[in-house]
Design a protein around this ligand. Structure first.
Ligand SMILES: *Cc1c(COP(=O)(O)O)cnc(C)c1O
Length: 362
């Protein structure tokens, strides 16, 4: 294979080609240092600038002010599931969890394991085909936070609203839709994302949170498990995942150059509409998993009416350079992940293939 294909993988996932080329051009000699970014000290001025700009661009894109701080941690979003209850919840003030899919279940399981988790709502009975509605959220008044997963990567559902919590801090796993649309980020107290879906390579978690929260980790926690350690030391207490942060900075700058979140949101809505259109106009040949009001713009999940055709669908798509569309084993069917960096042309090609495949196989 000599050409790049269209990569619909759920994560790690497609990155902007312009960014990859820029990274390639800087690799041997990063900004006149005569070394690559992979080889320089995380205390070197050339890296400090990368670190500072990545943080500044992210806050600017999210429209957040001085009461928020950006903190980079390792261990993936999955480790964050445990760090959050360790840092913020207690038996008197448990974390309250809205269950909307596999990752929110895993987040809740960590809090429950520590004896500090409660369930605010769950749509499991409906096979997670939708996210909980505002009126279904039962947040304990003494809860330390309400935790939601804004976009459910596996089931292909997404919140279309920001929950009202009556003063309880709002925490969100935004791993798979962060910076994909304009959003009221300022209504959230703690936002985190494993960046390998929409913002960069695997290896770093982006946390954007109220300073007042980050400052108050329990002193009895080990140093590296306290958010306050990261906050106080500008995420440079130990060696951070330098290359991943560098890539996040590049992708954030790319988003700005594309016209920011407004442009991203418009393009992502257009892309999603093309694929849902192919599902909805298929006369039942394709069947979407997500309920109408909860459809994700990032992960489009659907089945073929005739499940026996699914292998053929995947194989023929692959022949056309459309890769990574097999669904997660827990849901089955297909899933096309169309993050920020997936070009419109790739989605157009997939939608055209869906129509062609339907006509050839009905
Ligand atoms: C992929 C994903 C995770 C898990 O991320 P890791 O960094 O692999 O731990 C958590 N939450 C959501 C919403 C995801 O999409």
């Amino acid at each position: 294979m000599n050409e790049r294909i269209y990569n619909f993988n759920p994560g790690p996932a497609v990155l902007p080609e312009e960014v990859l080329k820029e990274v390639q051009s800087e690799l041997l000699n990063f900004r006149g240092t005569g070394m690559s970014i992979l080889e320089i000290s995380h205390r070197a001025p050339a890296y400090e600038e990368v670190h500072r700009w990545a943080k500044a661009d992210i806050k600017e894109l999210m429209g957040l002010g001085d009461d928020y701080d950006v903190v980079f941690t390792a261990g993936g979003a999955s480790q964050t599931f445990a760090l959050i209850p360790l840092n913020f919840a207690s038996e008197e003030h448990p974390g309250s969890y809205a269950l909307s899919g596999s990752f929110s279940e895993k987040a809740y399981a960590e809090a429950a394991h520590l004896g500090v988790g409660t369930v605010a709502a769950s749509t499991k009975e409906e096979d997670y085909a939708r996210v909980p509605a505002q009126e279904e959220l039962h947040i304990a008044p003494h809860a330390a936070y309400l935790h939601i997963c804004l976009n459910n990567t596996i089931y292909g559902t997404e919140y279309g609203y920001t929950p009202k919590t009556n003063g309880v801090p709002l925490f969100a796993d935004m791993s798979s839709d962060i910076l994909s649309r304009p959003w009221d980020f300022g209504s959230y107290d703690f936002i985190y994302a494993g960046v390998q879906k929409n913002l960069g390579p695997a290896g770093v978690v982006l946390n954007v949170a109220k300073k007042s929260l980050l400052e108050k980790s329990p002193a009895e926690l080990p140093t590296m498990l306290r958010y306050s350690t990261f906050q106080k030391n500008d995420s440079l207490y130990n060696t951070p995942p330098v290359f991943a942060i560098y890539m996040v900075g590049k992708v954030a700058a790319w988003i700005k150059a594309q016209g920011g979140l407004a442009a991203m949101g418009k393009r992502n809505a257009e892309k999603a509409a093309l694929l849902y259109g192919a599902v909805d106009s298929s006369d039942g040949f394709y069947c979407g998993h997500a309920a109408e009001g909860s459809r994700s713009r990032m992960n489009i999940t659907f089945r073929l009416r005739d499940a026996a055709l699914e292998q053929k669908f995947v194989a023929e798509a692959k022949e056309r350079g459309l890769s990574g569309i097999k669904g997660h084993r827990s849901v089955g069917g297909m899933r096309a992940s169309i993050y920020n960096a997936m070009p419109l042309a790739g989605v157009e090609k997939l939608a055209a293939f869906m129509d062609e495949f339907r006509r050839a196989n009905r």
